[in-house]
Ligand binder design. Sequence first.
Ligand SMILES: NC(=O)c1ccc[n+]([C@@H]2O[C@H](COP(=O)([O-])OP(=O)(O)OC[C@H]3O[C@@H](n4cnc5c(N)ncnc54)[C@H](O)[C@@H]3O)[C@@H](O)[C@H]2O)c1
Length: 275
Amino acid sequence: MKPKTDCVKIGILGCGAIGARVAKSVKEDLTRDCQLTGLYDIDLKKAERISKSLLLDNVVKKTIPDLIKSCDCMVEAVNAKSIRPIIRQALQARKSVLSMSVGKLLNASDLFQLARKNKCHLLLPSGAIAGIDAIKAASLVGIDTITLTTRKPPSGFIDDPYLREKGIHLSEITKETVIFEGNVTTAVKAFPRNINVAATLALASQCREKILVRVIVSPKCTTNSHTIELKGKFGHILTQTDNFVCPDNPKTSYLAVLSGIQTLKQYCSGVFIGT
Ligand SMILES: NC(=O)c1ccc[n+]([C@@H]2O[C@H](COP(=O)([O-])OP(=O)(O)OC[C@H]3O[C@@H](n4cnc5c(N)ncnc54)[C@H](O)[C@@H]3O)[C@@H](O)[C@H]2O)c1
């Protein structure tokens, strides 16, 4: 496959629930502005499966440097312990990065500086929550209080290290139970794959220390729901999303996938609305 000259070349790192859907969208819907030129997963078979299902040739890359070389913008959608060195490599090569693993970028000002220095972009989607545009605006005059309440069914917490550490058994939870209440830094450490929204909220509001995070396991819940409440000089904001889960990964909300695709669409087309 020859890269089109007028399109942004997209490389996808991580071919799980999010990566697979982003790949399909790039191939089938965003054809005017971008083109899929690279797929990489630590499990090569996953990249090959997507390439085959989308009838693509020569897009599966065997190494991360090859993936970075193939694209203008890398979409990071991996559940790796550490993603910062990979993002750094891409930014050093002057490639933009759209990162889904926002929870791992809480203290990443060095990466934002590198992007600025190299005239590329580090893009973070709003993910599974609503109102990030308003929260960014509100942060300009100061926010007094913020609470984030995340409510998920037990299937959303399978294998979460925090539950193991605290001896919480999902099978024994029969009614709504608050399993965590604390600050963003602790929340992101406790639920590394489950609470990216807390990090997004912290980065957007610029007042991490004021955020109270509450995590609830709810056996009667069928969606991943996030309620955000803020008060400040701007007034009062209350938002709630009740997200259907991604069939391939119950920890991931479908809205988060769509938000990644929309961010990519805006970046590639150059049209930014409400951001
Ligand atoms: N921003 C948000 O609101 C939001 C919402 C949901 C998920 N996420 C994050 O997005 C990421 C992806 O989510 P998902 O649902 O697609 O996860 P997933 O588990 O379905 O897929 C992750 C993929 O990454 C691959 N992988 C793991 N380590 C790798 C490495 N070092 N190099 C290459 N590939 C590697 C795995 O093999 C897997 O295919 C996770 O970090 C998740 O926390 C963010």
